[in-house]
Design a protein around this ligand. Structure first.
Ligand code: HEC
Length: 213
């Protein structure tokens, strides 16, 4: 203390009254300094950080018990891949095939659901009963794009843009499109009022096959 040349007045280190701020004893070219200690919480935080730093550095880079950002990312992505695989297993992507769509054809619930979808989305162009309007008659045995289940499914999915048939692939789910095929199959041969003149190729078999059964 006696060597402290800046400590020119030790008594100034103590405040005269509690209201008066403590002044550090030193004086640099007339500049004095308040003796305000760091708040306790700050000092604690500081020491906790100091204590934590070596734990963190050694844990991450030497003992490898704390995962690095890259390791965490890799682990999380592996986890995500597992969730995706499980999801895919539970929700197999619908493969449009004659056989798969045949699972909908003739099924009452599928036809009823298909009828609703049809009224909401298709009737404007194909008529309320499929008799044809802007779009072709869907009840006759004439088909422009083929009359296999999958042909009808594909027209619904991809549309015929230059002829004014909307593609529904991004609007209706595969199951919904299959229900529409089921509905269209169910109205085949119904010969509704105001039926539009035939368009396309005649496919006799299907129509009479349905009639015979
Ligand atoms: C904006 C009018 C429009 C809407 C809406 C529409 N279609 Fe069409 N559709 C057409 C036209 C036009 C064609 C004829 C395409 C051609 O000439 O190649 C067609 C063709 C078809 C065909 C093929 C017929 C054949 O003879 O091969 C099917 C099946 C069909 N539509 C089903 C549907 C279904 C199901 C919906 C509702 C989800 C629907 N369409 C909605 C206009 C429409």
């Amino acid at each position: 203390m006696s060597n402290d040349t800046h400590h020119d007045d030790a008594s100034r280190n103590r405040a005269a009254s509690p209201d008066e701020p403590l002044i550090q004893g030193h004086n640099y070219d007339g500049i004095e300094e308040y003796d305000n200690p760091m708040p306790g919480w700050w000092v604690w935080l500081f020491w906790i950080c100091v204590a934590f730093a070596p734990v963190y550095v050694l844990g991450m880079h030497v003992f490898d018990v704390i995962p690095t950002y890259e390791e965490k990312l890799e682990a999380d992505q592996a986890e995500l891949a597992k969730i995706r695989t499980a999801w895919d297993a539970q929700n197999p992507t619908f493969e449009a095939s004659n056989a798969a769509i045949a699972g909908f054809v003739g099924v009452d619930e599928a036809i009823a659901a298909g009828r609703e979808l049809y009224s909401a989305n298709c009737a404007v162009c194909h008529g309320n009963s499929g008799e044809g309007l802007i779009g072709p008659n869907l009840t006759d045995a004439y088909w422009i794009h083929g009359n296999e289940n999958v042909d009808i499914y594909n027209v619904i999915t991809n549309g015929v843009l230059d002829k004014g048939m909307t593609p529904w692939g991004n609007i209706l789910a595969p199951e919904e499109r299959s229900r529409l095929v089921a509905y269209i199959r169910s109205i085949e041969g119904t010969d509704p009022e105001g039926a539009k003149e035939p368009q396309g190729t005649l496919y006799e078999e299907t129509l009479y096959e349905e009639d015979e059964s």
